[in-house]
Design a protein around this ligand. Structure first.
Ligand SMILES: Cc1cc2nc3c(=O)[nH]c(=O)nc-3n(C[C@H](O)[C@H](O)[C@H](O)COP(=O)(O)OP(=O)(O)OC[C@H]3O[C@@H](n4cnc5c(N)ncnc54)[C@H](O)[C@@H]3O)c2cc1C
Length: 447
């Protein structure tokens, strides 16, 4: 069976890419190793009657001008409005990654897309280099000469806990009802309606390299699927180090993928409560003094930093009548402990310590709880080290320092959170990779 495009992973990026390419008349197969699509955009029952989105409570809204490409204009209504200044910054960053993605396209295609994509009154792309502008903005925000230290140190934004992305990412938005799974379901419906083929429990084990470049995929069950091009939504490291024979790759790619740093250390504790808590907005609890040293030494933290989010206060559909769902997002969690894995007993200790710190909030009775540690994220989503951001958010791995949609392997395109477009919003990396692919195909056929 020969397809135009094989897409690895049916998270937001894979679904968005599939919807766009299928709408453009391409024959698309979407391969997902899990029994359901959505990736991190899922909402599931973790205690009977209680629902939660295990990996994230909020998703950054897709930029409004991209939604018509997916036939999902209504989806934006589910997101909180984004401030005008952030819209401008996102517009510029988006323009830059799309300009790169569309570069070889004939001028007419680029002009048409430009006219539909960009926010009103916004110049299509910045005159100065985006990365330089970003670093200048970081410096100004940190207000110190040593801005690297300033960024690595105390939190600028408690929710992102020191991440410089706080300055550039869209403000954390929300899906009003149904958790972030509602956004995943809308994207899945768009991909299927457009005619993409979705195969579940279809794990990709290898990207096929033909003489001309990527030519399809080999599934873990031995099925071989040929395609003109492949889009990987897996992270940069996993795409190149796990899906190729290393000897087949250009050495530069191997070096770059090997040197890419994943960051680990976020955990989530999901609480089902017998009654709503006495607060309706998220609360940030800062770390104890010993947290950093415990993280470095692989010891479970005695007083971790955490964001306490009463998610069912803004989305009552998550909890049964009278009950409540609260999530704790912890940072500084060692992915591995000095004496081995996170056993059930150690998970329970982490939960008990977190609850102890929340004693002043007088939480209602706990009906049930679940823990999501980096190893769980890695196992569930196939992200190296369980890193949801696709790589450490250090200045040399952000924005245009992240890999673009095109790769050194002809016919292979990178979407997913490691790519430059990853932080720009839900599904944007998938759309960018799909646009780059379409631009290359139309340039090749001279249209
Ligand atoms: C710094 C930063 C911050 C961000 N903040 C957020 C945020 O707070 N919330 C948010 O939702 N998004 C956030 N994003 C955006 C995010 O990258 C995208 O919006 C999107 O949610 C990620 O979707 P995905 O499809 O790339 O990956 P995922 O949702 O991780 O989906 C990947 C899919 O691939 C599947 N898979 C893995 N291995 C294989 C295999 N071998 N074969 C087949 N299938 C496989 C997995 O099962 C999974 O379904 C952020 C991005 C960055 C970089």
């Amino acid at each position: 069976m020969r397809y135009d495009v094989a897409i690895i992973g049916a998270g937001a990026d894979g679904l968005a890419a599939a919807a766009l390419l299928a709408r453009a008349g391409r024959r698309v197969v979407l391969l997902e190793r899990a029994p359901q699509a959505g990736g991190r955009c899922v909402t599931s029952e973790f205690v009977p009657g209680f629902l939660v989105s295990p990996y994230a409570d909020t998703v950054p809204s897709p930029p409004a001008p991209l939604l018509p490409l997916l036939g999902l204009t209504h989806l934006l209504e589910d997101f909180a409005p984004v401030g005008a200044d952030i819209m401008r910054r996102r517009g510029r960053a988006l323009a830059r990654v799309l300009e790169a993605a569309l570069a070889p396209a004939p001028q007419s295609l680029w002009q048409r897309l430009k006219a539909t994509l960009f926010v009103q009154d916004e110049r299509p792309w910045p005159g100065a280099d985006w990365a330089d502008q970003s670093i200048a903005a970081l410096r100004a925000h940190a207000g110190q000469n040593d801005w690297r230290t300033a960024l690595a140190g105390r939190a600028i934004d408690p929710e992102l806990n020191g991440s410089a992305m706080a300055l550039f990412a869209a403000p954390q938005s929300r899906v009003r009802r149904g958790g972030v799974g509602a956004a995943g379901a809308a994207l899945q419906a768009a991909a299927l309606k457009a005619g993409a083929e979705l195969r579940l429990e279809a794990e990709v084990a290898e990207i096929l390299l033909l003489r001309s470049g990527a030519g399809g995929v080999l599934l873990a069950d031995g099925t071989r699927l040929e395609a003109e091009a492949v889009i990987s939504t897996l992270d940069f490291k996993r795409t190149f180090l796990a899906l190729f024979r290393w000897s087949d790759l250009p050495p530069g790619v191997l070096r770059a993928a090997g040197a890419w740093r994943m960051s680990q250390g976020r955990a989530r504790l999901l609480l089902a409560l017998a009654a709503p808590p006495g607060f309706s907005k998220p609360i940030f609890v800062s770390a104890g003094e010993e947290a950093l040293s415990q993280f470095r030494h692989g010891v479970p933290p005695s007083a971790p930093a955490m964001l306490v989010d009463p998610v069912s206060a803004r989305d009552p559909s998550l909890a049964p009548d009278g009950g409540a769902v609260v999530t704790l997002t912890l940072s500084g969690i060692p992915p591995r402990l000095f004496d081995g894995d996170w056993t059930q007993e150690k998970r329970e200790t982490l939960l008990a310590r977190a609850l102890e710190r929340l004693a002043p909030l007088k939480l209602p009775r706990l009906v049930g709880a679940a823990t999501v540690l980096p190893a769980d994220v890695e196992q569930a989503l196939g992200l190296s080290g369980g890193d949801l951001d696709g790589g450490e958010l250090a200045p040399d791995q952000m924005l245009s320092f992240r890999p673009g949609a095109r790769t050194a392997v002809p016919g292979l395109y990178l979407a997913g959170p490691s790519s430059a477009a990853g932080p720009l919003g839900l599904g944007v990396a998938g759309l960018t990779a799909a646009l780059a692919l379409m631009a290359d195909l139309s340039a090749r056929s001279g249209r």
